[in-house]
Design a protein around this ligand. Structure first.
Ligand code: NAD
Length: 462
């Protein structure tokens, strides 16, 4: 049971710590980042056990996606923090007199991070790391739908972090609602768009800025000319990772008509190569997070003619198992094409060419990712230029999130704002512009009363 929370009290305490300057020194920030890394490393077995309990996440997958990638992001943040936190000097044009200009990054204050259940360590701790790195106090709210990870987080965070400035509040919608009633200096929310709107509405009451990391239907466009073996492996990997419960999973495939049959055969083979003849027995295949989501996914397949299921379709409700499933000839009027699937079902649609695929993508809300597989020069650039999405991966899936220096975030209905690398530091900073003017040079022509001469000089200078 989540402990009784008193959000007002928590925010008051954290704000007091922030106001007295506790979180500002770079040494304090660095120590919190190191503590986060220690907390991950020293309790690796417990984290992996929690992920297994919540999602039966395979250990290698859990380590790579929930621990390894964030550890390297935190390491880079630790290393570059000094540089990013330094004021950046800018030249001052002579028309403004003599002086110095600089951009001073300052922390925002007390930040709320609300995380979902699918990568429950990564999506809570990494935003918290950037909030701390930028010098803020922070409250993390793990998802109630990953209860083992949430409980472990609530147990370990107070042991490793400075409790005066870092807190975990467990709970579901009710607890989150009371947290959202408080005044925060920034809220980063990761999850679905329905709750994203609730978060934004609550934030608006206090004019609190928000970063919304949402999802959407991310397409994989497959050109006629492409390395079909690698294409199939990479789509299969990105789609069935975490049993399809990834915001960046390719949601559906738009394949050039001439490559459709060959791609379907290779996708089927890749599923077999990765998870064996019976993926139910595979130690490398996760489970659906809960019965409600399993029922939702099973409904998506209700009206699908079995002849269109190229592979998969099997359920085991008791084990929350849904086989990696590929459906051909999908159409936009069926349930699986209405919303983000967020599970191991991959609809495939044949198109005449890449231009038609671009039109299809542009006829729908902006996704978190667009994937394009091609070996023809110029095709990938055309897709990058003519579609809008949070990010793009050419000839791959998902790994743009793990690429150092790339911003991670959505656009339009897939979210707003971004983090990772310097973008993460800046998301939780205010970039304050400071102009410092020399007094000894104070030209008379800048002040009224203005006459013709002053006006002419000023016009020259601007
Ligand atoms: P979820 O159900 O765990 O919800 C996310 C958070 O919102 C939780 O902490 C939950 O307690 C809180 N919440 C739920 N209902 C609420 C309410 N009524 N009021 C206030 N808070 C509430 O996770 P989810 O939304 O099912 O996550 C899946 C979605 O998240 C997918 O759409 C996926 O694409 C998206 N996602 C995006 C990213 C990204 O980084 N862009 C990453 C992962 C998931």
């Amino acid at each position: 049971m989540p402990e009784l929370i008193m959000p007002a009290e928590i925010v008051k305490n954290l704000r007091a710590a922030y106001d007295c300057g506790l979180t500002r020194p770079l040494n304090w920030r660095r120590s919190q980042l190191r503590q986060m890394q220690r907390m991950l490393k020293e309790n690796e077995a417990a984290w992996l056990a929690a992920l297994a309990a919540d999602l039966r996440k395979p250990a290698t997958e859990g380590w790579a996606t929930d621990i390894g990638t964030i550890d390297s992001e935190i390491e880079a943040l630790h290393r570059k923090l000094g540089r990013w936190a330094e004021p950046r000097r800018l030249p001052v044009p002579i028309r403004l007199g003599l002086g110095k200009a600089k951009v001073v990054p300052e922390p925002l204050g007390v930040v709320l991070v609300i995380a979902p259940w699918n990568y429950p360590i990564h999506l809570l701790l990494l935003p918290m790391a950037f909030a701390l790195g930028a010098g803020n106090a922070v409250v993390g709210k793990p998802s109630e739908l990953a209860p083992a990870t949430s409980a472990l987080m609530a147990r370990l965070v107070p042991r490793y972090f400075d409790e005066r400035a870092v807190a975990i509040v467990e709970g579901g919608p009710e607890e989150t609602t009371s947290l959202l009633a408080e005044r925060w200096d920034h809220i980063l929310y990761t999850g679905n768009g329905r709750v994203g709107r609730i978060v934004m509405e609550a934030a608006a009451k206090h004019l609190t800025p928000v970063t919304l990391e949402l999802g959407g239907k991310s397409p994989a466009i497959v050109d006629r000319d492409t390395d079909l073996d690698a294409t199939a492996r990479r789509i299969t990997w990105g789609k069935f990772l975490n049993a399809g419960q990834s915001c960046l999973a390719p949601d559906y495939v738009l394949v050039h008509r001439d490559a459709e049959e060959a791609l379907l055969a290779r996708l089927t083979q890749a599923v077999r190569d990765f998870y064996g003849a019976d993926p139910h027995q595979s130690p490398d295949y996760a489970r659906i997070v809960n019965d409600r989501h399993l029922a939702r996914l099973s409904r998506l397949l209700d009206d699908v003619d079995p002849a269109r299921i190229v592979t998969g379709g099997q359920f085991d409700a008791g084990d929350r198992y849904l086989a990696p499933t590929i459906v051909r000839n999908a159409s936009w009027d069926e349930a699986m094409m209405a919303d983000e699937i967020f599970g191991p079902i991959l609809p495939v649609i044949a198109v005449a060419d890449v231009d038609e695929a671009i039109e299809v993508v542009n006829a729908h809300p902006k996704p978190l990712a667009v994937y394009v597989f091609t070996s023809r020069p110029g095709v990938a650039d055309r897709v990058v230029e003519r579609t809008s999405s949070g990010g793009v991966c050419v000839n791959g899936t998902v790994l743009q999130i793990a690429t150092p220096g790339l911003p991670f975030g959505g656009v339009g209905s897939s979210g707003m704002g971004a983090y990772h690398g310097q973008y993460g530091f800046e998301t939780f900073s205010h970039l304050k512009g400071v102009l410092d003017r020399a007094t000894w040079f104070d030209p008379w022509f800048t002040y009224p009363p203005y006459d013709g001469l002053k006006s002419r000089i000023l016009r020259r200078l601007f």
